[in-house]
Structure formats: C-alpha cells, structure tokens
Design a protein around this ligand. Structure first.
Ligand code: ADP
Ligand code: MG
Length: 332
C-alpha cells in the first residue's frame, strides 16, 4: 500500500460542511457569518504520550479528544481538523482501528477531517482542530484564560486524577483492584472532551481552561493570565478521584494502602484528565447548574478566586494544607 492508497483508504471521505476536503493542495472552510475561527494543535508522541501497546482504536479517539478538549475550553463548536501522521509502516491492522476510533469521535461532534500529511517515521500523531465561536454585538464569545475575577467561584467538571492513577498502575508504582484499574484506564486511554459543557458556558464562565497537565498547574495558567489568586478546598478536590469510591476514607481495602496525600496528589496534579476548569461569578450559580444539566456534565465547585495573588489550599475547616504538588512539564 502506497502513501496515496493509504490516504484514500483510511482518511478520505466526502466533504460535508467543508467547501473542499481531502485531495487538493488545501482544504477550504467557510466559517458562518459573524463567527471567528478557534484553532488548536496537539501532538501525541509514542513513548511520551502513549505506550506502544495501546489499542489503536483508543489512540485514534484520544488523538482527536485532546484537541476537541481545547475547543471545549474556548467554548468553540468543532468544525474540522487536519491530521499529520508519521508511521513506521503502512499496517492495515493498525490503520483500520485507528481511523475507526478517530472517525467515531469526529462524527459524534460533527467535526470533519479535511486534510493532513502522511510520512514514514517513528509513530507521531499531530492534529489541528478548527472550531467556530460567535461574535455577539462585536464581542467574541470565546472563553479565555484571562477573564477570572476576584470573588468568582472556581469549578471543575467530571472527575480528576483517575488517568494518573492508571498511569501509576502501568508503571508499577501502585496496585489497585481490577475494576478500579479498568475504570481508571478508560479515563487515561479514552478521555471525554467536554465540548457540550464548553458551549453551554459561553456567556456564563468568566475564564476556562482544560485540565491536561494537572489541576493546580492549569489553574496556575488561569491565575497568571487573569492577574488573580485562588483558594482551593482540598476536601472537595479529593472526592473527585472516582476510584476513591472503592475505598473507605483513608483506610485500606483489598489489601491496598493509599493515603490521603496520594489521593490528593492524583486529584490536584494528576494530568490527562481533560476536564474543564472554569470560573463564574457567584451570581451565576444557577446558570452554571443549568449549563451542567443541559450538557449532562457534572460540575463541582472547588474554591474561589481571590484578589491576593498565589494559590492557597485549605481543608474543609479552612485550615491551610501545604502545597507540595507539581504539574507535568515536558522540559522540567
Ligand atoms: P501535498 O503534497 O500537496 O502536501 P499530499 O500529497 O501530502 O499533498 O496529500 C494529498 C492530499 O491528502 C491533501 O489533500 C492532504 O491534505 C491529504 N492528506 C494527506 N495525509 C492525510 C491524512 N493523514 N489525513 C487526511 N488527509 C491527508
Ligand atoms: Mg503533503
């Protein structure tokens, strides 16, 4: 199978919304009048972002999911994407499930593949997504990192830390019961981009970011760009590790000992969660609850924004909790 057969067989489909899709020198998109394009690019490198043993169908899903997550964080509606793929060899047994996983998620979000590049080399997957954001009365509706205001509530969607728990099991750093691992592994290998929530939060959230490198690290970006500080309730955050439901408090079950600090580490600095972290004024609590309902996405209030810079962790009684958690950094 040559390069062009490969593209034809696995990646070329008739254009739907795009003016021109795969097959020419450029794809051509026509954004709706009164909208802006939101663009984001994310690369997955074997050995760095995924293990060579991962199911290619899940990898196809995840490669697009992490990109859709960025659109979600901006409140952008997915339109289209491009795929740059380096492959060691043209292998049907890999390409078929990879493209199926990719297109299943793409179709679920009405996001079409309009072009890309295919080359031989170490496995590397790079996707660029294009989304649409309306401009209302001259103002972009995009959710940015820079809009958090002192006094705002701080929220996170879904659960945190489970992907990191799965990674620690893969690395042999911790052992958990089979069902706990299975659920956590699904979060690592098949994350859910919170697109519907991002859209529902337009006009409500003051700032948003998706949690890819760990809650505290990503919150740090919002605080820096907004010029504010925050207080996070660790008693709330720790309940967001879904796998924790299998354990009673800080104790042990199934012969596995996992202490509070470890649970909290997963929740606060885990990474690969692809949940939305966002801020909204306290006056918008009902609107946030309605956005969570219409998007069928759970959200939890985990703290608030302060005018004093810096990040403070407190427990349920308001007592300070030392912050010893560091987020993921490729070059740290
Ligand atoms: P060019 O040489 O003009 O860059 P290519 O020969 O690389 O074009 O690609 C031919 C067509 O196939 C282009 O429309 C390109 O966007 C598309 N394409 C190449 N690789 C992929 C891919 N992995 N997924 C989707 N479209 C692709
Ligand atoms: Mg090319």
């Amino acid at each position: 199978m040559g390069e062009f057969d490969l593209i034809e067989r696995y990646f070329k489909r008739p254009a739907r919304q795009a003016v021109l899709g795969v097959g020419d020198d450029c794809a051509i998109l026509q954004p709706a009048p009164g909208t802006q394009l939101a663009i984001s690019c994310d690369m997955l490198v074997e050995g760095r972002h995924f293990l060579s043993t991962v199911d290619p169908r899940l990898l196809g899903h995840k490669a697009l999911a992490v990109n859709l997550s960025d659109l979600a964080a901006c409140g952008a509606r997915p339109l289209a994407f491009t795929l740059a793929l380096a492959l060691p060899r043209a292998d049907d047994a890999w390409l078929a499930p990879f493209s199926q996983g990719l297109f299943a998620l793409a179709d679920a979000h009405g996001c079409e593949l309009v072009g890309g590049d295919t080359t031989q080399g170490p496995l590397n997957i790079c996707i660029t997504v294009f989304g649409e954001v309306p401009v209302v009365e001259g103002r972009s509706q995009a959710l940015l990192r820079s809009g958090a205001q002192a006094g705002d509530d701080l929220y996170v969607s879904g659960t945190l830390g489970d992907a990191r728990l799965a990674l620690d099991v893969f690395r042999g750093a911790v052992a958990v019961p089979g069902p706990v691992f299975a659920a956590a592994r699904l979060r690592l290998e098949s994350p859910t981009p919170r697109v519907a929530l991002g859209l529902a939060l337009r006009g409500i959230a003051t700032a948003a970011i998706d949690v890819s490198d760990g809650l505290l690290g990503d919150l740090g970006h919002v605080l820096k760009q907004s010029g504010v500080g925050a207080t996070v309730n660790t008693d709330v955050a720790i309940t967001l590790v879904a796998a924790r439901a299998y354990y009673s408090g800080a104790g042990t079950l199934f012969g596995t000992e996992i202490d509070q600090g470890q649970w909290l580490g997963w929740a606060l600095a885990g990474g690969d969660d692809y949940e939305l972290l966002f801020t909204a004024p306290a006056s918008a609590r009902e609107a946030v609850a309605a956005a969570a309902r219409t998007s069928q996405t759970p959200v939890t209030r985990i703290g608030h924004i302060d005018s004093a810079r810096g990040l403070r962790l407190v427990d349920g009684q308001g007592q300070p909790v030392p912050n010893t958690y560091t987020s993921f950094d490729h070059f740290a």
